[in-house]
Design a protein around this ligand. Structure first.
Ligand SMILES: *Cc1c(COP(=O)(O)O)cnc(C)c1O
Length: 455
């Protein structure tokens, strides 16, 4: 008995993504996506390195504005595409790698070894050796790893290290060195000064909170000063990644989380939590908030403590550098009505939308796109969930019954917005021997988008 259907009367069906202008412009182009879809004949990721560069520059701007010397390293695991590497070169960022293949890929993309930081807790000896050969900065995670690295230094020559700290904030983390281990590591490093350059300390915290990052950063400056007093270089602190991203606006997110019901989802699926799709502060503003936080003993802010002690601040954002830098298009295969909603099936798998596998759902609304065609006069809005092309009941890209302006049909594209950070390749698979989504990098010259297939 609904005469008019607005989103207000259908809570939960709409959670529109906040997107940069380029993404709207690409969808407004009648030919671009249709041509790409025709050429690749399957799902595809669209990547926009110019947005990534702008994000790097915003972080650099936050460091400059605070008067802090430092460096941004792109956390490569957040998206493996090659195009971000040249964007890092253009914008003056280094790269954070965690495996030998990531390191080799970064070198192949033109990043110099000295511009790499090697994090990741489980470093093979091959990775330590390669990193040492290329003069990369190595964040040491364990005492036995330090032993192996010192062995490597005996054959390769001087190596550069940070010591990764086990944060009090995350006492159960399996990563990092506790205070007793840090003391032992430092004793060892004082003896190995010729072979190992101790550049400082690092951490990486779960979650997106400003305060624990600010206080641990400030505390580690004191660790640096103590290490310098023992003859070590100790002039740098890496505060890791975990810079927040906002996918939807505050009001939409508040409405969603306050009125959430299982009935909004296909088969009444119950979610125990969702990824936080709205956050503040985000990206470079979150860095500014860390730098502006109060420090201790004689320094008004964290920034003042870094600047006043000649300490460099390194950071390793992954997701935040990819904010707004890509989306994913799945060809619609079909649409099946099911009572008061429908099921869209797309070419592609839910493993290409990774938050599913953290027990969350990627919540920003997928967008129905089609090349311009005459209206059939049957364009009634529908609610629909989205299933992947596998034989698994749980292969759902979207369990939520999302409102679409009309029934999707074969030939349309379903676009998942803002998917460059982790969604694209964290859990992708060739299940059913289906090929992985193609990757297309866009650039804009003289007002026109050009596209090319990339790795
Ligand atoms: C994953 C990771 C990052 C990047 O994290 P984001 O949340 O994507 O910013 C940075 N540093 C380390 C050590 C990591 O493990």
């Amino acid at each position: 008995m609904e005469l008019t259907t607005t989103t207000a009367t259908r809570p939960g069906t709409t959670l529109r993504a906040v997107e940069p202008a380029w993404a709207h412009q690409v969808r407004a182009d009648q030919e671009l996506l249709a041509d790409i879809g025709y050429a690749v004949a399957g799902p595809f990721h669209v990547l926009y390195p110019q947005q990534f560069e702008q994000n790097v520059r915003a972080f650099n701007g936050a460091l400059d504005a605070a008067g802090v010397d430092g460096r941004v390293y792109y956390g490569k695991k957040a998206n493996k595409s090659s195009c971000w590497l040249s964007a890092c070169l253009d914008a003056g960022a280094g790269v954070d790698v965690a495996s030998a293949p990531e390191l080799v890929d970064a070198l192949g993309g033109g990043v110099r070894g000295e511009d790499l930081v090697v994090t990741g807790a489980a470093k093979s000896t091959e990775l330590l050796w390669l990193a040492a050969r290329h003069r990369s900065l190595i964040a040491v995670d364990a005492l036995d790893e330090l032993d192996r690295l010192i062995d490597v230094a005996h054959s390769v020559g001087n190596v550069r290290v940070l010591l990764r700290v086990l944060p009090q904030e995350n006492p159960n983390s399996r990563f990092g060195l506790n205070p007793a281990e840090l003391d032992q590591a430092l004793d060892r490093l004082v003896k190995e000064r010729e072979r190992v350059t101790t550049e400082g300390f690092s951490f990486h915290l779960n979650g997106y909170a400003v305060a624990p990052r600010a206080s641990l950063a400030a505390e580690l400056v004191d660790r640096c000063l103590a290490a310098r007093a023992r003859g070590l270089v100790a002039d740098s602190i890496s505060i890791g990644g975990g810079f927040a991203v906002s996918y939807v606006d505050a009001a939409a997110w508040q409405e969603f989380t306050q009125s959430y019901q299982d009935s909004w989802f296909h088969s009444d699926k119950t979610f125990t939590h969702f990824y936080p799709y709205h956050q503040a502060p985000v990206g470079a503003q979150m860095l500014t908030a860390i730098l502006d936080s109060p420090a201790d003993a004689g320094y008004a802010t964290v920034a003042a403590k870094f600047a006043g002690t000649g300490t460099r601040l390194l950071l390793e954002p992954g997701r935040a550098l990819l904010d707004g830098a890509g989306f994913t298009a799945f060809p619609v295969q079909g649409f099946k009505p099911r009572g008061d909603y429908g099921i869209i099936t797309v070419s592609g798998l839910s493993m290409s939308v990774s938050e599913q596998w953290k027990g969350s759902e990627y919540l920003p609304d997928p967008i129905l796109w089609s090349p311009k065609r005459p209206s059939t006069g049957e364009d009634d809005p529908v609610s629909a969930c989205v299933g992947g092309a596998s034989c698994m009941e749980y292969d759902m890209l979207t369990w939520r019954k999302v409102r679409f302006p009309r029934s999707p049909r074969s030939g349309d594209l379903l676009i998942y917005p803002n998917s460059a950070g982790y969604q694209m390749d964290k859990n992708e698979t060739e299940f059913h021997q289906l090929p992985l989504p193609s990757r297309v990098a866009l650039s804009r010259k003289e007002g026109r988008f050009r596209w090319k297939l990339i790795r």
